[in-house]
Design a protein around this ligand. Sequence first.
Ligand code: SF4
Ligand code: F3S
Length: 108
Amino acid sequence: MAFVVTDNCIQCKYTDCVAVCPADAFHEGPNFLVINPIACIDCDLCAPECPADAIHQEDELPAGQEQFLALNAELSEVWPIITEVIPPPANADQFNGIANKIEHLIIE
Ligand code: SF4
Ligand code: F3S
């Protein structure tokens, strides 16, 4: 079992989550983080820390967020690990809570 980063992280990317992860399971893209499901030890430390409430256990994903299960697995194979908190995007708060931000997801 692993935790999954979902839609509301996109363009918010607060990174509070990485500060508490004991498994270095987070990987960083341009405007989104994902969790490596192989590295994640299912400890639930990160979910309460996210100001965007974007992290959920894989079997408790909110309706409509199912695609993020595969997206976390796929992108964690290509994006680098992030272990330090970094400043969020300047417009992060404006994006917090907007639905269906996946159209803004940048994949490099
Ligand atoms: Fe890291 Fe634990 Fe969150 Fe998994 S559940 S990503 S191990 S903090
Ligand atoms: Fe994203 Fe929340 Fe972490 S917005 S970067 S999952 S603290």
